[in-house]
Design a protein around this ligand. Structure first.
Ligand SMILES: [Zn+2]
Length: 271
């Protein structure tokens, strides 16, 4: 009597665990583009805790990459690879941060520097030196964003600075002239503050990443790549055929190192 119950329980449990951690998914070629938001301990009242990765976990993730022989590149390195045929490392990873929180500078920059990694930061121009004013304060606390001086320091350390618009709107909810304004104005301002116009754009909320009109506006504004939030690794085919709606690996605060390993090797860790 007991054996069938035990076997049944094992099958159900095994099924549930395999859905939660997709170890069975084949490894995928391509570049993992990691997506981070905040590195720090979330305030108690935050309802978006998954967007916060603890500093300790972040350092462990960077140690994992370093031990496995990953080398962090930026999209600028890819442009040089495409235009000047500069070689890419054997095992590239791209580490990206959306929005531009000061905790990226305080908590992520030092460990990244320790491991010799550079990252890409997508800034919301009108919030630099201010706070995350686009968030509803009922769901996410107001926290400080980096200043231009800090952004400049990261750029000097080899980071790429891309655009994440002027105000962090959902681009699919704006008329096209406003979409174009968010794209061109942010590019212009970043060029003024940093002396170099960004070539990489990240869609706030991933919104509009598949919309042909928004993709065209991103392209017409002078960006070579539009980075989205579809889950997965970026494969060589996609790199040449689809420069907008680039997929990323979303790193969530509650996930463990097995998730991180599956994300880096398979592009996703769960169903
Ligand atoms: Zn964002």
């Amino acid at each position: 009597m007991l054996a069938p119950i035990l076997i049944g329980t094992a099958v159900v449990l095994g099924g549930a665990l395999s859905a939660r951690w997709n170890w069975w998914r084949p490894k995928r070629a391509g570049i993992p583009i990691l997506l981070y938001h905040k590195v720090g301990i979330p305030p108690k009242e935050s309802k978006l805790k998954k967007l916060w990765v603890s500093p300790e976990k972040f350092r462990r993730q960077m140690a994992y990459l370093s031990q496995r022989g990953y080398q962090a590149i930026t999209f600028n390195d890819l442009y040089q690879h495409w235009d000047l045929k500069l070689a890419l490392p054997k095992k590239p990873v791209i580490i990206t941060f959306d929005d531009g929180y000061v905790n990226n500078y305080l908590e992520a920059f030092p460990p990244l520097r320790d491991f010799g990694f550079r990252a890409t930061l997508f800034v919301v121009v009108n919030t630099v030196g201010a706070d995350n004013r686009w968030h509803n304060p009922a769901t996410e606390t107001r926290i400080p964003m980096m200043t231009w001086a800090q952004v400049r320091e990261l750029k000097k350390a080899g980071w790429e600075i891309g655009s994440h618009t002027m105000n962090h709107p959902n681009l699919t909810k704006l008329p096209m002239d406003k979409v174009r304004e968010e794209l061109t104005e942010s590019r212009k301002h970043i060029a003024e503050f940093l002396g170099e116009a960004p070539l990489t754009f990240a869609n706030p909320y991933g919104a509009g990443e598949d919309d042909p009109l928004i993709r065209k506006a991103v392209q017409d504004s002078g960006y070579r790549l539009g980075i989205g939030i579809h889950a997965g690794k970026w494969t060589p085919d996609q790199m040449t055929q689809c420069p907008y709606g680039v997929p990323r690996v979303f790193i969530r605060g509650e996930e463990n190192m097995l998730d991180f390993h599956l994300q880096c090797t398979r592009g996703q860790s769960r169903l």
